[in-house]
Write a protein that binds this ligand. Structure first.
Ligand SMILES: Nc1nc2c(c(=O)[nH]1)N[C@H]1C(S)=C(S)[C@@H](COP(=O)(O)O)O[C@H]1N2
Ligand SMILES: [Mo]
Length: 483
């Protein structure tokens, strides 16, 4: 005999299963155009979540912030259906309808505007309404709904992968961008765990507010230079490539606390912004250059230092010899070496708009400072291994950066003792990261090793532990070695 409690549990389970089914239907419809309902909701969350929620998610999820957000959307959707399922029917039907309308409106608002996503949201709400009314009671019915939903979700993933494959083919047709042929060397011996001098595209960290990168057709794409300029420009990828040059620089996310890996060293290919601006000729009132992405994200930069070349910024179209991968902003992004990623310019660039100081950037609206923020010197320990030269010694190695001035010294200390200099690899460019290595001889037992970078401008890495928001992280990377 079933008790009331059993029935309630059973119906909660049924509601959860209906939720999975509805999500599957919505996702499959969105995926028919290569879009994703889940990712659209994820973007809305990224845009609207309060700063402490965003910061905590980033801090706890590391490089997996997108997977965690996606999981959160899925779990949240199922929890919401269980909640809706617990409502009396007179309330539930209007609630489901409101839910559907809200989802459709959110789906349609920039930047996630996509008809397939809106239709998907509406269909999911319809399935939810019907499914909750005739909810499966038994385990078998619940399994059937959940299984069907999971199958539809898998089908949607396959469709999306297919769109991504086509995008990959379109990017390959663009051809190489820059010549990575001469693999750069810094004279330091390679060893397991030590970061490569140049970070491969597939290992390069990805940070942005999208759950999946926007897809852009390179044959139709043009970079528009608009606003307060004497000569508005519309440039194709081929036209940009004709003026591109190669440069080495480290890209660093403002969320990169010491020891973390939200930083990568690239050999980039791009057009100097000073040159682009010289063609466009900004008018006298144009004080800011807004870098606007196809998905509505913006970052702006002051025009004067870009124009004069005091800040050597680039309109980047190539990364390590290839066109930018989708996750890194294909077909173009703006990069000013030395500025943190969120200030350095947008990926998936649509337009450069010359305007005045009234423009408000994406991050300013979220409490971050409005002035561009410079990367502070940071060093990381990648390797702690038994030294090869003598028994009992420990070999330490890693990377350090201080763009745009360059790394002048890397120092380590044991158990908060005196700072000792490490050996440095040859510098690729001041804006690039620099590898370091040293060997220490310490008595047996556990010891704390800390590392710091000193920039050529004389800035010494600040050891006070500080969270990224709002002025960037500080502190030392610290590891324990056992000898
Ligand atoms: N369009 C767009 N561009 C963006 C972002 C974004 O969210 N949207 N994030 C910025 C941030 S915070 C960083 S750290 C860098 C990361 O670049 P990467 O993913 O190529 O490492 O991109 C920047 N450009
Ligand atoms: Mo970032």
């Amino acid at each position: 005999m079933r008790t009331n409690g059993d029935r309630r549990r059973g119906s909660g389970l049924g509601a959860a299963a209906v939720g999975i089914g509805a999500l599957g239907v919505g996702e499959l419809i969105a995926a028919s155009r290569g879009d994703s309902l889940i990712d659209a909701v994820g973007r809305v969350l990224a845009d609207t979540a309060p700063v402490p929620v965003v910061e905590t998610t980033v801090a706890l999820s590391g490089k997996h912030d997108k997977a965690v957000t996606r999981l959160g959307v899925g779990v949240g959707a199922i929890a919401a259906t269980v909640g809706l399922g617990a409502l009396p029917e007179q309330v539930r039907t209007p609630a489901v309808a409101a839910f559907g309308v809200a989802a459709a409106v959110l789906g349609f608002r920039r930047p996630t505007r996509s008809p397939a996503t809106v239709v998907g949201a509406a269909a999911a709400a319809g399935v939810l309404g019907v499914g909750l009314r005739r909810r499966p009671r038994g385990l078998f019915g619940a399994l059937l709904w959940a299984g069907a939903g999971a199958g539809l979700l898998a089908g949607a993933r396959a469709l999306i992968r297919d769109y991504d494959r086509r995008q990959g083919a379109a990017i390959r047709r663009v051809g190489p961008m820059g010549g990575i042929s001469m693999v750069p060397r810094d004279g330091l011996e390679e060893e397991p765990g030590l970061s490569s001098l140049i970070t491969a595209n597939r290992s390069f960290y990805v940070a942005d507010v999208n759950l999946s990168p926007p897809r852009i057709d390179p044959t139709r794409w043009r970079l528009a230079v608009t606003g307060q300029v004497a000569h508005p420009l519309r440039l194709s990828l081929a036209e940009l490539a004709a003026d591109a040059v190669e440069f080495d620089a480290v890209m660093v996310c403002v969320h990169n606390r010491p020891g973390e890996r939200r930083a990568g060293n690239g050999r980039w290919y791009g057009v100097p912004l000073a040159q682009l601006l010289a063609h466009a000729i900004p008018e006298s009132g144009a004080t800011r250059m807004v870098t606007r992405a196809v998905d509505g994200y913006t970052t702006s930069l002051p025009v004067e230092p870009l124009r004069s070349g005091a800040w050597p910024g680039y309109l980047v179209i190539g990364m390590n010899g290839e066109p930018l991968p989708p996750a890194h902003g294909f077909p173009a992004r703006v990069f000013v070496p030395g500025l943190y990623g969120q200030y350095t310019g947008a990926k998936w660039l649509a337009e450069l708009e010359l305007t005045d100081d009234r423009h408000v950037d994406y991050w300013w609206q979220r409490g971050w400072p409005s002035e561009p923020m410079w990367v502070t010197p940071q060093a990381r320990i990648d390797v702690t291994a038994p030294g090869r030269a003598a028994a009992g010694t420990t070999s330490l190695a890693g990377v350090a950066w201080a763009p745009p001035h360059g790394v002048d010294a890397v120092e380590i200390r044991i158990d908060e003792g005196d700072w000792l200099p490490a050996d440095l690899g040859t510098e690729l460019a001041p804006a690039a990261w620099r590898r370091w290595r040293t060997t220490v001889d310490v008595p047996s037992g556990a010891h704390t090793v800390q590392v710091r970078a000193i920039s050529r401008s004389g800035e010494v890495q600040d050891g006070t532990p500080r969270s990224p928001f709002p002025s960037g992280p500080t502190g030392f990377h610290s590891v324990t070695i056992k000898v």
